[in-house]
Design a protein around this ligand. Structure first.
Ligand SMILES: [Zn+2]
Length: 228
């Protein structure tokens, strides 16, 4: 592989994100979020206008740090022997528009995509949803691949929303996070609550959670929960 010229610290940062993004793809398989070669994870290289993304059409079993693709924030390939994921333009748009975001994930996970196919947001009826998403998981516009319309739809929906996940109508899930791992976690949790709320709907009408309680749960989980 031809390597672009980078300073030693930048090279180290790129290599770390390559390893991270490669490993995180296994989580999409482990949590049953992807079929065949669908789905992708990307991660921003800290301090650089670069991100690392999955190559297009490569089997999950064959993914390795070396075959991840390094792109600039316009989605142009900087290093890589394969074409980048066909969703690269959408990831690049998110990184350009949201400088605080360090990771993006896309899946067609079953239950979440079933909500997306109906164009219906997932209502916040579980405390786990209030924790992670701070409210409903919103629906983004129908958009075709090929230009910036998917990226624009993701950013327009998630900017100003607490949710790190959007259901793109008739398509699937995009999630964002402070790094690639956080975006993968959001994708796993999105599918989990999509399944549970769907099952609940089969049994009757899920009970809403009062907005004040959603706010308290979200605040506690985001600011207090876990290892400090
Ligand atoms: Zn897709």
């Amino acid at each position: 592989m031809t390597e672009t010229t980078l300073s030693a610290p930048s090279r180290q940062a790129v290599d770390a994100v390559r390893a991270d993004v490669s490993t995180l793809h296994a989580e999409l398989v482990r949590y049953n979020l992807v079929a065949w070669t669908a789905g992708n994870v990307s991660g921003r290289v800290p301090g650089e206008d670069l991100f690392v993304i999955k190559p297009s059409g490569v089997d999950y079993d064959a993914l390795a740090p070396e075959n991840m693709i390094l792109c600039d924030l316009d989605g142009n390939v900087v290093e890589g022997d394969h074409s980048p994921s066909s969703d690269t333009a959408a990831h690049a748009y998110v990184y350009r528009a949201m400088p605080e975001i360090g990771g993006v994930v896309h899946t067609h996970s079953t239950y979440a995509s079933a909500w997306a196919a109906r164009g219906e947001e997932i209502p916040c009826v579980l405390t786990a949803m209030a924790d992670e998403f701070g409210g409903p998981i919103p629906v983004g516009p129908f958009a075709l691949i090929g230009d910036d319309s998917i990226g624009q739809g993701i950013v327009a929906t998630l900017r100003g929303s607490r949710s790190p996940a959007v259901l793109m109508q008739n398509h699937g899930v995009f999630t964002i996070g402070k790094n690639a791992r956080a975006a993968v976690k959001a994708a796993v949790m999105c599918e989990d609550v999509a399944r549970t709320v769907h099952v609940s709907r089969q049994l009757g009408e899920p009970l809403p959670i009062a907005q004040g309680d959603i706010d308290r749960l979200y605040d506690r989980y985001q600011n207090v929960y876990g290892q400090r």
